[in-house]
Every structure is written in structure tokens, then in C-alpha cells.
Design a binder for this molecule. Structure first.
Ligand code: EPZ
Length: 420
């Protein structure tokens, strides 16, 4: 396993290009199961999770080839309806094949994803929704067995907005008999991007991006070409890096409209942010002002930016209360930041962060994708050297992170993890 070494203290300056969004690419690649033919996806990030869904689609009979930043998928021979445990356990978003498999092959056998570091993350809303559309669902030996001759449209109300739940049911409903209405649906940009792709394929989806999505079932869909939208969380991560290190970073190929909550909060901390079409420029300044954040479903402050923002607050000039309302265990990075000297007290789903002058470099361990990004950020401003182990978490969601940070002037390198 690799580790990343970061020597802190440098202001980061320069320009980076945001890659395509992992959380848009995963549902869109899964949607290729809905029609037999040749799909072309461009601006696909080169990430471990994309490799995992490539393997998953291949086991189903699809031909999946990467050519540069494009992925070509031929789904004419898709016939295997099983998503095996060894792939699903690597990436819970594999559950996104459930809806498309049911819609196209009338059957699906998908391993239950199990829990993960940030929470139990059940898929009950996915399964309850599919049952409402007429699927017969059983759970056997750790697998979801689902069957349906033809799904029938119905009304589904989500207890809480679920991103992949909304995506799974949108994909299940596009070939159903009749109309499906999803209420209290998630509103993330990745959902709108998926709906636009489905409509390009011949589906009839309206309301995506709002809490009520209406899907009128059609008889068949056709393959398309689609471009993956920019990764708003990657962009947000580099914005925080500029604020933290008091540098100026220009982030290109971004979509500022997807980052309104993050831009607003960062401005409150004192960072200077200018937005031009697809570019966001952030200049960090001292003092960093302490602000409170509360993670919420989109368009609220994203939970995927909580850990990164906590690093910024750990060197701010006062007390910040960070409330995590989406996942029940998304403060694992607190323990690692405390080892670097951060003054953070956790009580329930609140973290009280008292800003200190400087973090100190230390060996730390990554636990989940966004927590590992926050440890890299902490290393960039800590005194001395920080070694972050288990960086495979990072490689799941950040394309060439050390190259991009090195280009901005960071003293960062990837090394084999010392056996010690
Ligand atoms: C998506 O996960 C993202 N992943 C996550 O990004 C992101 O943090 C999350 O949405 C929230 O924004 C992808 O898009 C691949 P949810 P998802 O269903 O869909 C509960 C990253 O770092 N829930 O919106 O799994 C759930 O436990 C990842 O890129 C149920 O109880 O999240 C959570 O508390 C991490 N039952 C809340 O809803 C269900 O059936 C929201 O989860 C489904 C969800």
C-alpha cells in the first residue's frame, strides 16, 4: 500500500483543471445497461471507482474500453444480472446497477453493500421503492434477489432525500408501464445530469433537480454519447486548499453553480473568491474567520465537504460548530486531526472546533475518501511532515491528487508505505 508524504508551510498558487465527477459518472455508466448498443462517455475521471464499475459492467457482458478520458461501452451482449460481493464490497455505488438490470433484464442479483466507515448506509429506500414499482424482492445469503416481469409506475415518497436511491429508482422507472412520481427526491447536480442522459436516450423524465421527479415509462431506449459534469467536491477541496495556505488557485472546467453553498461559506471565512463562467479563483487570507456549518442535502452545504472544511476551521481565529446531519459516523477524521494538534470536541453529531495557530505534522491514517483528502489538506498547512497511510481511499475519488497539488507548489510525494 502507498502512503503520501506532505511537508507543510507553502502557499499554493497556480491553476488546476477539475476532473469529471465520480458521483455523476457512476450512475451514468450504470444507465448504459438500460439499452443495447454503443455508448460513449467523455470527461470520465481516471479513478479506482471507475475501474470497479468497468469490471462490474464487464461481468454482466458489456464491453468497456477506456480511451484517454473517454469510456466506450457496448451493452448489446449484457445478459448476466448478478453484481458479485467482491465488487460491491469495494464500492457500494455498485448498487446502482439494481434499477437498470431490473428494468432491462427483469432480474437482478446484487450483493448487499454492507456498512462503511461513515455509517450503516442501508439501502432500504431503494428496495422499498422497487417493491412499490412491482418488483418481488428477497434477501438471501447477503444478496438482493429482485424480479419483475414489467415494472409498473407508482408514487414513491423518500423518508429522507437519497442520492443513489433517487438515481436507482429513476433508472428503474424509465422503462416501467405508466408514470412514476418520486417525492422528497434528492436534488444533487449529478441527478440532473443522469436525467438529461436518460432523456437523450428517449426517456421522459421531468423535474430532476427539484424535490418532485416525474418519469413517464417508455417501451425502449437508445444508446447515446454523454459528457461527465465537473466534480464539485474535487473543486471544493482545492478551493479550501487555497484558503488554508493563503495562496491563489484558479480552478478551471468547474461549474460554479454547483458550489453556491461552499462559495458562500468560504467567503464568510474571509477568502476572496471570484467566479467567471467555468473558472473559480480563490485567494486565502489570514485571519481565517471561524464559521459554523451544518451539512444538508443539496443545495445545502455538502457532507462531502465537511472534513475539508473542518481542517480550515482548525486553524481559524475562533470557535466553529460543525453539524453533520447526513451520516451518523462522519467524524473519523477528528481523531487524526487531533493527533496533529487540532482542538476539536465531538458531542453527538456536532464537532466544536477551536482554531489554533498551527497544526503539527504527524503520521496519520486515511479512513474514507473525503477524510483522506482532509488529511492531505492538514499536511499542507502543518509544521513539519505528515505521512498519510492507506491512500487507496484517496485514489477512489481524486484523480492525480499529488500531481495536481505539486503543480500548485506543494511539497508532496507518494511513497511505498513503510512496513514499520
Ligand atoms: C451519495 O451516497 C454519494 N455517493 C456520497 O458521496 C454522498 O456523501 C451522499 O450521496 C450524500 O450526499 C454517490 O453518489 C456514489 P444517500 P448515497 O443515499 O446515495 C440514508 C463520496 O465521498 N439512507 O444520499 O449512498 C443514508 O444512510 C460519497 O463521494 C437510508 O437510510 O447517500 C444517509 O444517512 C460518500 N436508506 C442518508 O440517507 C437508504 O435506502 C443520505 O444517503 C438510502 C440512504
Amino acid at each position: 500500500m502507498d502512503a503520501i508524504l506532505v511537508k507543510g508551510g507553502r502557499a499554493l498558487n497556480g491553476e488546476i483543471r477539475v476532473s469529471g465527477a465520480k458521483n455523476a459518472a457512476l450512475p451514468m455508466l450504470a444507465a448504459s445497461l438500460l439499452a443495447g448498443g454503443k455508448f460513449k462517455f467523455s470527461n470520465v475521471p481516471d479513478l479506482k471507482d471507475i475501474e470497479t464499475i468497468r469490471q462490474l459492467l464487464s461481468t454482466m457482458g458489456a464491453e468497456v474500453d477506456r480511451q484517454g478520458d473517454s469510456v466506450h461501452i457496448d451493452t448489446r451482449n449484457v445478459e448476466n444480472f448478478e453484481a458479485p460481493y467482491d465488487l460491491v464490497r469495494k464500492m457500494r455505488a455498485s448498487v446502482l446497477v439494481l434499477g437498470p438490470l431490473l428494468a432491462r433484464l427483469k432480474r437482478a442479483r446484487v450483493s448487499l453493500p454492507g456498512g462503511c466507515a461513515i455509517g450503516a448506509r442501508p439501502i432500504n429506500m431503494h428496495l422499498e421503492g422497487l417493491s412499490r414499482l412491482g418488483a418481488r424482492i428477497t434477501l438471501e445469503h447477503g444478496y438482493v434477489e429482485a424480479q419483475a416481469d414489467r415494472l409498473t409506475g407508482d408514487e414513491i415518497f423518500f423518508d429522507v432525500p437519497t442520492v443513489t436511491g433517487t438515481e436507482n429508482l429513476m433508472m428503474a422507472a424509465v422503462l416501467a408501464n405508466g408514470t412514476t412520481v418520486l417525492r422528497n427526491a434528492a436534488r444533487e447536480p449529478e441527478i440532473l445530469a443522469l436525467a438529461e442522459m436518460l432523456n437523450l436516450m428517449g426517456a421522459d423524465v421531468s423535474g430532476a433537480g427539484s424535490p418532485v421527479i416525474t418519469i413517464r415509462g417508455v417501451d425502449r431506449l437508445a444508446p447515446v454519447s454523454a459528457r461527465i459534469i465537473p466534480d464539485r467536491i474535487e473543486a471544493g477541496t482545492y478551493m479550501v486548499a487555497a484558503a488554508l495556505t493563503c495562496g491563489t488557485i484558479r480552478i478551471t472546467d468547474a461549474e460554479p453553480d454547483h458550489l453556491k453553498a461552499v462559495i458562500s461559506k468560504l467567503r464568510e471565512t474571509g477568502a476572496k473568491i471570484t467566479v467567471k463562467q467555468d473558472a473559480i479563483t480563490v485567494t486565502g487570507k489570514r485571519p481565517i474567520h471561524s464559521v459554523d456549518i451544518k451539512t444538508l442535502p443539496y443545495p445545502g452545504f455538502p457532507t462531502d465537504m465537511q472534513a475539508q472544511f473542518m481542517v480550515l476551521m482548525s486553524v481559524a481565529n475562533g470557535l466553529s460548530v460543525i453539524s453533520e446531519t447526513i451520516f451518523e459516523n462522519r467524524f473519523i477524521h477528528v481523531l487524526e486531526l487531533q493527533r496533529m494538534g487540532a482542538d476539536i470536541q465531538v458531542s453527538g453529531n456536532h464537532a466544536m472546533v477551536k482554531g489554533i495557530e498551527k497544526l503539527s505534522g504527524a503520521p496519520v491514517m486515511a479512513s474514507d475518501l473525503r477524510a483522506s483528502a482532509s488529511l492531505v489538506l492538514a499536511g499542507l498547512v502543518a509544521e513539519g511532515t505528515t505521512q498519510i497511510s492507506r491512500v487507496y481511499h484517496l485514489d477512489r475519488g481524486y484523480e492525480s491528487i499529488e500531481e495536481k497539488f505539486r503543480k500548485l507548489g506543494a511539497n508532496i510525494e507518494r511513497v511505498p508505505e513503510s512496513s514499520s
